[in-house]
Write a protein that binds this ligand. Structure first.
Ligand SMILES: Cc1cc2nc3c(=O)[nH]c(=O)nc-3n(C[C@H](O)[C@H](O)[C@H](O)COP(=O)(O)OP(=O)(O)OC[C@H]3O[C@@H](n4cnc5c(N)ncnc54)[C@H](O)[C@@H]3O)c2cc1C
Length: 401
């Protein structure tokens, strides 16, 4: 692992830093860039970032991106500089982080032309229709069907825990097109406009107090065959491409550093009995332990970068990222609540609430992210079985046969 950057990259870092300093007054708040519908400020910010090559950097111009050569080091530097300044790196969410890389890998030329540009501009909001009442960790058990009728698929069934479905324009979803073949083989990946007749979205309220989740019901919903990504029955492979990008997005080292900086500021600002929290030995000890873990995650991302540059597989190192990152973010938010003392228990509606409930929300949301995209237990199974080569978990259904 080499932690130093070549001179050309240090020059590039200077350029990025100068850009951020010159434009940071136009940057929207960091909250609100993930999922949901983008504000006008955020749309304008995203447009500027694409023009300058800081967002959609390697997406071809033909699909509305900046069209830069793939350069992982440059991408990392952009992330570091925006994180350092606490300025959001444009729009994120299922469309930008998960669907676009999936379409680049598996989509038809027509699908890339049609969907990528409006998605990176933030004009199209996507949601992810994977989970069902009987298919979460065991995703291949999904039951929503799609039958081919003329040039369409006819969808019937139900999804659950669909984040942002109530505001989304489009859903990428998994359906069962081949009921008679083994479970993983009969799945297809479709792109569905949310205003198609026959879709009903019902909100689910979570412990954050907001209704970000939904149940989505499909009754004879028609989607053109042209919206099938890849081949019919080959959706499992494509679904896993999307999941890999979902899990990688959770382990963004820049995001961890930004949160840690905010935590340091909080411990400097809050005090008890006249002593600021950062000078309290117990809080200081926890803060330093978290700092060590943030730095180790940064070193870890450099290690994976080195592997990528050498075209080597990171192996088990790549599998631990989602689990460790989500736990770390949750623990940083937990320290923030403790530092605030009894005020940490307050939430929306209280006049003594700090930072508009930012830390309380982060604490609940990162607990949720240890579940979304594959639970902590499932991640541990993957690390054990695929990463460390431990014996596979017995499959009760198979052993009954
Ligand atoms: C914040 C958040 C956002 C989400 N957004 C979306 C979304 O937009 N779209 C979408 O489709 N889904 C979404 N989900 C759903 C998420 O993918 C599922 O909740 C997750 O896959 C777990 O499935 P489940 O809830 O059905 O739990 P289950 O699979 O029923 O698991 C219940 C418990 O059993 C454990 N368990 C299950 N199997 C095993 C095993 N083999 N070994 C050990 N332990 C096991 C699990 O770890 C868990 O603790 C979201 C969830 C959250 C929390």
């Amino acid at each position: 692992m080499d932690l130093s950057y070549a001179e050309e990259y240090e020059r590039f870092r200077h350029e990025v830093r100068a850009f951020v300093e010159a434009h940071r007054d136009h940057a929207p708040e960091a909250s609100g860039v993930m999922g949901g519908r983008a504000s006008d400020d955020l749309l304008a910010w995203q447009k500027l970032l694409i023009e300058r090559g800081y967002a959609a950097r390697t997406i071809p111009r033909a699909y509305g991106g900046y069209g830069g050569e793939p350069d992982i080091v440059a991408t990392i530097i952009v992330g570091e500089e925006f994180a350092r300044a606490g300025v959001p790196l444009g729009i994120s969410g299922p469309g930008v982080n998960m669907l676009i890389p999936t379409l680049l890998a598996h989509g038809s030329e027509e699908q890339k032309q049609r969907w990528i540009a409006p998605t990176i501009r933030g004009e199209l909001v996507w949601c992810q229709g994977y989970s069902e009442p009987g298919a979460g960790s065991d995703l291949a058990n999904l039951k929503t069907t799609a039958r081919e009728v003329d040039d369409d698929f006819l969808i019937n069934g139900q999804k659950i825990w669909t984040s942002s479905a109530h505001v989304a324009d489009m859903m990428f979803l998994l359906v069962r097109t081949e009921p008679d073949v083994p479970r993983h083989g009969g799945i297809s990946y479709l792109l569905l406009p949310m205003d198609t007749p026959g879709i009903e979205v019902r909100p689910l309220r979570t412990m954050t107090g907001d209704a970000e989740f939904n149940q989505v019901f499909f009754s004879d919903v028609r989607v053109p065959r042209a919206n099938l990504v890849g081949q019919r029955g080959e959706g499992w492979k494509i679904a896993n491409t999307t999941l890999a990008f979902e899990r990688a997005a959770a382990g963004d080292a820049g995001q961890m550093e930004t949160m840690f900086q905010s935590l340091v500021q909080l411990t400097q600002a809050e005090s008890r009995n006249g002593v600021s929290a950062i000078d309290d030995p117990l809080f200081r000890d926890r803060l330093l332990r978290l700092q060590a873990r943030v730095l180790s995650m940064k070193a870890h991302s450099m290690r994976m970068l080195t592997c990528q540059l050498r075209s080597e597989s990171p192996g088990v190192a790549g599998l631990v990222v989602k689990l460790r990152a989500c736990e770390l973010m949750h623990q940083m938010a937990a320290l923030a609540l403790d530092v605030m003392g009894e005020l940490g228990a307050l939430y929306h509606g209280s006049k003594y609430e700090r930072a508009a409930g930012y830390w309380q929300t982060e604490h609940m949301q990162w607990l949720g992210f240890t579940i979304g995209g594959g639970t902590a237990q499932i991640q541990k199974n993957i690390i054990a079985e695929r990463g460390l080569g431990l014996p596979r978990e017995p499959k009760p259904a198979a052993s009954r046969r």
